[in-house]
Design a protein around this ligand. Structure first.
Ligand SMILES: Cc1ncc(COP(=O)(O)O)c(C=O)c1O
Length: 345
């Protein structure tokens, strides 16, 4: 029998399980552009309630959710403060600038966190020369900082600061479920300190498609207009919302398993001596680099592929491995048998 691939490139590679497909098959649907899809409504209401907010809007992707969050809480010419490594700044094809006419103000903080002491100087004073600072965005967990959980005290501090300055605070919580499972802090507590949240079902939670933007009713109403304008109004999309509801019911608590498996991979990396962790492993993402300052990861990438292991190089220097629903106990056994030798070669 051909050996199966262990795909650690991302937690987005999961395939819907038979039980999730069953939920999809049985979904009650209607035309969601007319507001008629009961399953989408159920998902939106449930997420708004879970995060302690007034409303939610279901969207095809995390990128669209972040874009709608920014566009519905700012005006063209405004400025958005975020950290330099975040998804919005690096991986959303400049959507905030192209579509929202926004200027992004990236800051450098440790492990993807905003440097709180530097925030006051980042807010533009009212002056005819300056853009208006309108919004602050944080990412939790932080993808490029190795799945870093935003410490709750720092979220409170950023929130206090933003509110004190009359700025909106958005959380890209594509992996908020990972953060919540890791910390034991309920979604609602996170929701209390931010104005809007992006939450993804198609990452560690294993749904095939779908993210949601959760916020107050006025911001969500504006986001709905933007979603339609961008061609994101969907019809009998309850078949996808059903997968997301299934994911919420069945796949949240088990994220702890992914975290434990990522920690095991992290220990193998550290033990290799040839590679070191770029960030401590806190959730399901492992990012590492060669200990040799001049070395890269392309040969490692090839060696892993030959062994049936897929990982994701971040540029020349860094390698990322992500654990998820479709990396099972058998895969971990194989990985633990193979990886030490591959890293030592
Ligand atoms: C932190 C973060 N935010 C947003 C996104 C965007 O999600 P999508 O790929 O669904 O657009 C990703 C994707 O990996 C992500 O890691």
């Amino acid at each position: 029998m051909a050996k199966s691939i262990i795909d650690l490139r991302s937690d987005t590679v999961t395939r819907p399980s038979p039980a999730m497909r069953d939920a999809i098959a049985k979904a009650e649907v209607g035309d969601d552009v007319f507001g008629d899809d009961p399953t989408v409504k159920r998902l939106e209401e449930r997420m708004a309630e879970l995060l302690g907010k007034e409303a939610a809007v279901y969207v095809p992707s995390g990128s669209m959710s972040n874009t709608l969050a920014l566009l519905s809480q700012t005006s063209p010419g405004d400025e958005v403060i975020l950290d330099r490594r975040c998804h919005i700044f690096n991986y959303e094809v400049g959507a905030a600038s192209v579509l929202g006419g926004l200027q992004l103000f990236p800051m450098d903080g440790p492990e993807g966190l905003l440097p709180i002491d530097l925030l006051p100087a980042a807010v533009r004073p009212a002056n005819i020369h300056h853009p208006r600072t309108a919004l602050v965005a944080i990412e939790n967990t932080h993808n490029r900082a190795g799945g870093k959980v935003y410490p709750f005290g720092q979220i409170e501090a950023v929130s206090r600061f933003a509110r004190g300055k009359g700025l909106r605070l958005h959380m890209d919580g594509a992996r908020l479920a990972n953060a919540s499972v890791k910390t034991g802090i309920a979604f609602e507590r996170y929701g209390a300190f931010v104005d809007s949240i992006t939450f993804c079902f198609s990452k560690g939670l294993g749904a095939p498609i779908g993210s949601i933007l959760v916020s107050d009713a006025a911001a969500v109403a504006k986001a709905r207009v933007w979603r339609k304008r961008l061609g994101g109004g969907m019809r009998q999309v309850g078949i996808l919302a059903a997968a997301c509801l299934y994911a919420l019911d069945h796949n949240v608590a088990r994220l702890a398993e992914d975290h434990e498996r990522a920690a095991r991979i992290g220990r193998i990396v550290e033990a290799s001596g040839r590679y070191r962790l770029a960030f401590p492993v806190e959730t399901n993402i492992v990012i590492f680099e060669p200990t040799d300052a001049g070395a890269g990861v392309s040969a490692l990438d090839e060696a892993l592929k030959k062994a049936g292991i897929l990982a994701h190089p971040f540029g020349e220097r860094f390698m990322r491995m992500v654990t998820h629903l479709d990396v099972g106990a058998g895969d971990m056994e194989r990985l633990e048998a193979l990886l030490p030798g591959i890293l030592a070669a």
